[in-house]
Design a protein around this ligand. Sequence first.
Ligand code: FAD
Ligand code: SF4
Length: 522
Amino acid sequence: MPTKAIKTLRLILGDQLNARHSWYQDIHEDVLYVIAELPQEAHYVTHHIQKLCGFFLAMETFASAIKSAGHQVLYLNLDDTQEYARLDDLLKHLIEKFNVTNFQYQRPDEYRLHQQLQSINIEGVETTQFETEHFLLPHTELAHYFKKDKRHRMESFYRKMRTRFNILMEHTLDGQESPIGGRWNYDSENRKKLSQSDIDLVPQPLTFSHDVSDILERIRRHKIPHFGEAINHSVWPKSRAEARQQLNYFCNYLLVDFGQFQDAMTENSPYQNSLYHSRLSFALNCKMISPMEVIRSVETAYYENDHIHIAQAEGFIRQILGWREFVRGLYWANMPDYEHANHFQHTRSLPNYFWTGKTDMNCLRHGLQHSLQDAYAHHIERLMVIGNFCLLTGIEPSEVDRWYLGVYMDAIQWVELPNTRGMSQFADGGLLASKPYISSGNYIAKMSDYCSRCHYDVKLKSGSKACPYNSFYWHFLDHHKDKLSKNPRMAFAYKQWQKRSSSDRQAILQQAKSNLAKLEQL
Ligand code: FAD
Ligand code: SF4
């Protein structure tokens, strides 16, 4: 309990664990920091248990850290907050209890929470909103780069960011700036499949030992809906110190091969679920670590190590400087409408195997099992295996959103929604991507070893053994030709479709229809 007279209450949300925020530079005896396990946040979607435990553990650890630094902190767990179904009610109670005259908060990254905090108006209490001081672009500048309902492309945004923040740039004597290596983007070198000898070299991921038994007991006692299994050996950091360790581990052991194997998938490695990926998304999204420090560490590792090629460093930096900042801009420009976009008018429900992982499609089984076991799957599993399946089979985008938002450790709406609705489901009609990210089984066969042990045959397009992704792909194109055939980036696919004989096309469409009718049994 705070001992000094409190004038100011500062709210810290669960994804605002930024110890380097200017709030903490000075100790103010009349300021009380509040961090709370909120029923509304635990309930608004059904979360993976590792996500609930990971957030609560990181919040508790952050509260102890700022308390040790001398700040007054009130940590409220589910026992303390159980009577306050909504954040507003809890805040009103605390403001009254401590006779607070100033209420301060950092701008939430989620539209829903931002609306909620903005609407709080308590007589006699001055409310102030602060920047989170996390992203490269301050919120006030987003409108300069992103306009509502306008098509934006990541690549041009990324180039502006590279230049503006002088990242991986070189300067000639006459003052010209250019990207290091002469190219902005090494995406074409980021598509290598793992051979068996490559697989043997995949490093073991860094893990931390965390005891979450108290948190788990609390979650169960309060009957917070959840799924998945909790674990004590987690790959997710609970503190800034552990996040820094994770970043150093990435720069020392994983960066060297990150770019080239970025899109690869395998079932033949014990570390198949992490490969060369950093797993920094949770630490970044909770703000334990800042995007700029991650980018600068990777840039330094590239400059200091001859064996790290520009394609690896650029491939990684593009994800954070480009994609991460880009999806945030797009989200804020288009909310709240973005949440309801459904360009293809899809209505189907998610099959039950999204909750069990039990399907004969080997690629999808692995992608779902990784997600369900570890609250993680890497980008290509999320996009080209799971998301691709949802789009090709016409799953209603809200169902897709809810699944992604609940299952992944790093899922917070500002980053989940544009990735799911925009990038993966093309539900925004092309605000984020110039064409839908769809593929037949060919792409999965090219980037993984899943097909060799699948019940289905990736070379077949029709018949009971045919890879379902194949017929779904052509059926999707055929079904949505009104919306897609005029897109120049889809011209090649439509030409290929037209080249097939009519009987071939009929057999494929028939196969897709029969698969759709028994989607639960695939
Ligand atoms: P790495 O592969 O090591 O990449 C490094 C970092 O780059 C990530 O930690 C992340 O911060 C950033 N990054 C990479 N790609 C993206 C992207 N498309 N958008 C934003 N940041 C990116 N990312 C989330 O953080 N939260 C989500 O809820 C989320 N949902 C997704 C849903 C779908 C359908 C798809 C296709 C992607 C989603 N992503 C999401 C983006 C990306 O898949 C994850 O950031 C990444 O897999 C996290 O693992 P990592 O830290 O090992 O990433
Ligand atoms: Fe996936 Fe098709 Fe390959 Fe099976 S054959 S693993 S379903 S792409």
